[in-house]
Design a protein around this ligand. Structure first.
Ligand SMILES: [Zn+2]
Length: 397
């Protein structure tokens, strides 16, 4: 079977993106190419493309990077500039993107018609639990980072959020725990379909069990008086408690794994919590890159682990291929894999979708050609990855 045939088949399928950070649209400022790149992973590089004189070098040294490759393909598909961004056509493309994104229907057209997203799970970390004011397009996930750091009124997570500022000042630790329970319940009632931890940007993922009394001792101390060890005990205890609440409220718990603070982001660090909370569904984001084999092994051993490929095909397209291949062969079943874009602009999300479809088509058509899978079964797996598994895990809308 031809890869292209399978790739075209994927375009006929609806998609649920399980992870996005879409900014409100139309954007406040002109969506020039520089602006689009600034709010994308392409910006995570060494050459400042906002300086005109740097454009040639930026294009020269980024041309092989997965982040850039897929974004360029998506922009070309949307704005038809002959395949490659060059120094010469840069400003012309920029004018096209600015005027297109200023149209209030553009975002929705790309979302629904190009991407064929039925809906997406939105992580608005600047307003935890919000649906971007578009409940028809987004189901929110509720980011829990702030709870893990708000032992005092002056401590914040990496998004500068403090839970006591956001949800109410607490006099003691019991009141604080009650507040977390109440807020998660309220978020579920207002439509949140999952919890989200981006704690890998704050600290290592080595959460361990602790006595409540030890965590309570930290509560109320000001940030300057709390040692790294005390902060860890407090954070570990709260994370453990949130795992319990995820089960109580039947909310899948999405966890950023891999990269971020790389020295502590190995998903294997989560094993004690995965084992302690068998009723909690741990969704491991980004294939735990670079620990993709470890992530597949977790899906092999633990029935409460789900793998989410979000972002991974754009970090490294070939790592995503390897993980998908290993996952299909090893996971307990193929209902525990999903995909999301993980982007701020829908234009980049479309690029990440092109990357994911490239990966899925290559891996599944390869499995058909080698005689490992029938075409019919390969198609079923693709349907599951792109939307059906998300519906089973997060519910239908
Ligand atoms: Zn994200």
């Amino acid at each position: 079977m031809n890869v292209q045939d399978f790739r075209e088949y994927l375009d006929s399928l609806p998609v649920i993106s399980t992870h996005e950070h879409h900014l409100k649209f139309p954007p406040d400022e002109p969506a020039t190419l520089e602006r689009l790149f600034s709010r994308s992973y392409v910006a995570w590089g060494n050459v400042d493309f906002r300086v005109k004189a740097n454009r040639a070098r930026f294009l020269d040294v980024n041309c092989g990077r997965s982040y850039f490759v897929w974004y360029e393909k998506a922009l070309n598909d949307l704005f038809d500039f002959g395949g490659e961004i060059t120094e010469t056509n840069w400003d012309e493309i920029s004018e096209k993107t600015s005027s297109a994104l200023a149209d209030k229907h553009f975002h929705e057209r790309v979302f629904s018609e190009k991407c064929r997203y039925s809906w997406a799970i939105q992580d608005s970390y600047w307003d935890p639990g919000s649906d971007n004011s578009r409940p028809d397009l987004y189901a929110p996930t509720f980011r829990i980072n702030s709870f893990v750091f708000s032992y005092s009124y002056d401590s914040v997570d990496h998004n500068s959020n403090n839970a006591q500022h956001l949800y109410g000042k607490c006099e003691d630790f019991d009141e604080y725990l009650g507040m977390i329970d109440r807020v998660i319940g309220e978020m579920k009632a207002k439509g949140c379909v999952a919890l989200k931890s981006a704690l890998a940007y704050d600290r290592p993922l080595d959460f361990r069990e602790h006595n409540k009394a030890d965590a309570a001792k930290v509560f109320g101390k000001s940030k300057a008086d709390v040692s790294a060890g005390e902060e860890k005990v407090f954070g570990d205890f709260i994370f453990d408690y949130i795992c319990e609440l995820a089960a109580k409220y039947s909310l899948p718990f999405q966890n950023h794994t891999g990269l971020a603070k790389l020295s502590g982001s190995n998903p294997m660090n989560l094993i004690p919590m995965i084992e302690k909370h068998p009723e909690t569904r741990f969704v491991l984001f980004h294939g735990g890159f670079p620990w993709t084999e470890e992530t597949a092994a977790l899906a092999h051993n633990y029935p409460n682990v789900v793998i989410d490929l979000c972002w991974l095909p754009a970090i490294s397209t070939s790592a995503a291929e390897r993980l998908l291949r290993t996952f299909l062969e090893t996971a307990m079943d193929c209902s525990r894999i999903t995909w999301g874009g993980d982007c701020w602009f829908v234009t980049e999300s479309y690029g990440h979708l092109l990357a994911a479809k490239y990966v899925i088509a290559k891996v599944l058509s390869g499995k058909v050609n080698s005689g490992y899978l029938s075409r019919h079964r390969a198609e079923r797996i693709a349907q599951r990855i792109l939307s059906e598994n998300a519906i089973e895990i997060y519910g239908s809308r």
